[in-house]
Every structure is written in structure tokens, then in C-alpha cells.
Design a protein around this ligand. Structure first.
Ligand code: HEC
Length: 120
């Protein structure tokens, strides 16, 4: 019985963490959270969505920091193979071992897809 309760608690904890993750993308203007004090992005004009940063945070674990590939294929010439629209579809729907829905924000999906479509 005790063990069961423990497992239940662990499960609840995981659910809470997942829930928190899923719900914090609702308001983009909420600056009360962490990371708001960082000022190192003033060097770039496009601070709203930084495709390279998004890729580093969400895709590089599988595709490599320099697009060289890892679990996922090399993407250094992906723009020669796919248009931005096709890459957006891959990001939304997944492909083979690649999970769908890694990025939720359409702006981020388009930014990363445009950036990758330039790689040829
Ligand atoms: C969990 C690992 C994983 C993550 C994270 C991941 N991918 Fe993938 N990706 C893959 C795998 C594996 C494939 C190959 C799928 C296949 O063709 O069977 C793939 C394929 C692709 C392709 C098609 C490449 C080709 O030549 O057909 C693109 C484009 C792509 N990923 C972009 C992205 C982007 C952009 C992100 C981040 C938003 C991302 N991936 C995150 C594993 C991943």
C-alpha cells in the first residue's frame, strides 16, 4: 500500500510538471518569469523569434548543433530537398522517428522552417 501511494505521488508530480510546461506559452508578454533580465539579445534586430536559438533548444539534440545530424539526419542541405512549407509540415506532423508537435508556436515553426529552407 505504501509503495502504491509513493508511485501515485510520483505520477502526480510528473503530471504537474507536464501541465506546467504545456500552459506557459499562452501569454508572450508575461515578463514576470525568469530569463527576463537577460539583455544580451540587443545585438540582433529580430528578437521576437530566433530560429537558431529555437533549433538549438528543440532540435539540436537529434540533429546536431551544426545540423550535422545525430539521431536525426544531417540537415545542412535540407533546403535543397524541402521548401519551407514542407519543413513546416515535418515539424508539425513529425516524420518517422521524429515526434510531432515539438514546436507549438506557428511563428517559431515558420522561423525555423524558413531558416532551414535556406540551407542548401
Ligand atoms: C527526437 C529526435 C528529433 C528531434 C527532437 C527533432 N528531429 Fe527532426 N528528425 C528526426 C529523425 C529521426 C528524422 C528522420 C525521419 C525519417 O525520415 O524517418 C528527422 C527528420 C527531420 C527532417 C527531414 C529530413 C530529411 O532529410 O528528410 C527535418 C526537416 C527535421 N527533422 C527538422 C527538425 C526540426 C526543425 C526539429 C526541431 C523543431 C527537429 N527536426 C527535431 C529526429 C528528431
Amino acid at each position: 500500500m505504501k509503495l502504491k501511494n509513493l508511485l501515485l505521488a510520483a505520477g502526480l508530480g510528473a503530471t504537474l510538471v507536464l501541465g506546467a510546461c504545456g500552459s506557459d506559452d499562452s501569454s508572450s508578454s508575461d515578463t514576470s518569469k525568469d530569463e527576463s533580465t537577460m539583455s544580451d539579445d540587443s545585438s540582433k534586430t529580430n528578437t521576437a523569434v530566433d530560429a537558431e536559438k529555437i533549433f538549438a533548444n528543440n532540435c539540436a539534440s537529434c540533429h546536431g548543433n551544426n545540423l550535422e545530424g545525430n539521431v536525426g539526419p544531417n540537415l545542412t542541405k535540407v533546403g535543397a530537398k524541402y521548401s519551407s512549407e514542407e519543413i513546416q509540415k515535418i515539424i508539425k506532423n513529425g516524420k518517422g522517428q521524429m515526434p510531432a508537435g515539438i514546436l507549438k508556436d506557428d511563428k517559431e515553426i515558420v522561423a525555423v522552417a524558413d531558416w532551414l529552407a535556406d540551407k542548401k
